[in-house]
Design a protein around this ligand. Structure first.
Ligand SMILES: [Ca+2]
Ligand SMILES: [Ca+2]
Length: 191
């Protein structure tokens, strides 16, 4: 090998070493981004799984409620709560964190409607002392006339299940999100 050839070899090695250095640097810059992206995908996967469990819980519970079946050794309310807990409790520290609300209406149009009242001062809202129809029989005026319970035959029932839990990977704390609200509502008509 000539002197000149040896120089060229040294130069080539230098270039190769430099290229390796740049690749390592690029990887060091890209890696955190990839890692965050991966955590984001994992977080999203968990949210979808939790949401699917909640969807199933509300659907199964309301489907059971429709039949008016009376379980052995428990009330219908207890059985419906149990069905919801069985399906979503694994996502929570404590099943008591689940809010289950069932409201009964005589007709679909009544959902979310206030109990009728006489607007004595004509201001469009119900003020203390203005007479009202206590349709749900709870002794007070309600801005939603739904009554508590699972309803009787052919009544309309709105099932709402909600809970709040921390994020799974913690990645969203970067954008200020530490917890999620999960909520599902199903409207059914009893058989
Ligand atoms: Ca009024
Ligand atoms: Ca009332």
């Amino acid at each position: 090998m000539t002197r000149r050839g040896a120089h060229m070899l040294t130069d080539t090695r230098g270039i190769l070493a430099n290229t390796g250095g740049i690749a390592a640097m690029e990887f060091a810059m890209v890696f955190p981004v990839l890692f965050l992206l991966l955590l984001g995908v994992v977080e999203m996967g968990f949210v979808m799984m939790i949401d699917a469990s909640l969807e199933r819980a509300v659907r199964d519970a309301s489907r059971y409620g429709i039949t008016g079946a009376a379980p052995d050794g428990a009330t219908r309310t207890e059985r419906i709560r149990e069905m919801v807990e069985e399906r979503v409790a694994r996502w929570l520290d404590n099943p008591s964190q689940i809010t289950l609300d069932t409201r009964v209406y005589g007709a679909f149009d009544n959902i979310g409607e206030p109990e009728p009242f006489t607007d004595l001062n004509d201001n469009g809202t119900r003020d203390a002392g203005e007479p009202y129809d206590d349709l749900n029989g709870d002794g007070v005026w309600n801005s939603d006339m739904g009554a508590a319970g699972e309803g009787g035959r052919e009544e309309i029932v709105v099932y709402t299940v909600e809970f709040n839990r921390p994020t799974v990977t913690g990645i969203l704390s970067l954008v200020g999100i530490d917890r999620y609200d999960f909520s599902r509502r199903v409207v059914v008509q009893n058989e």
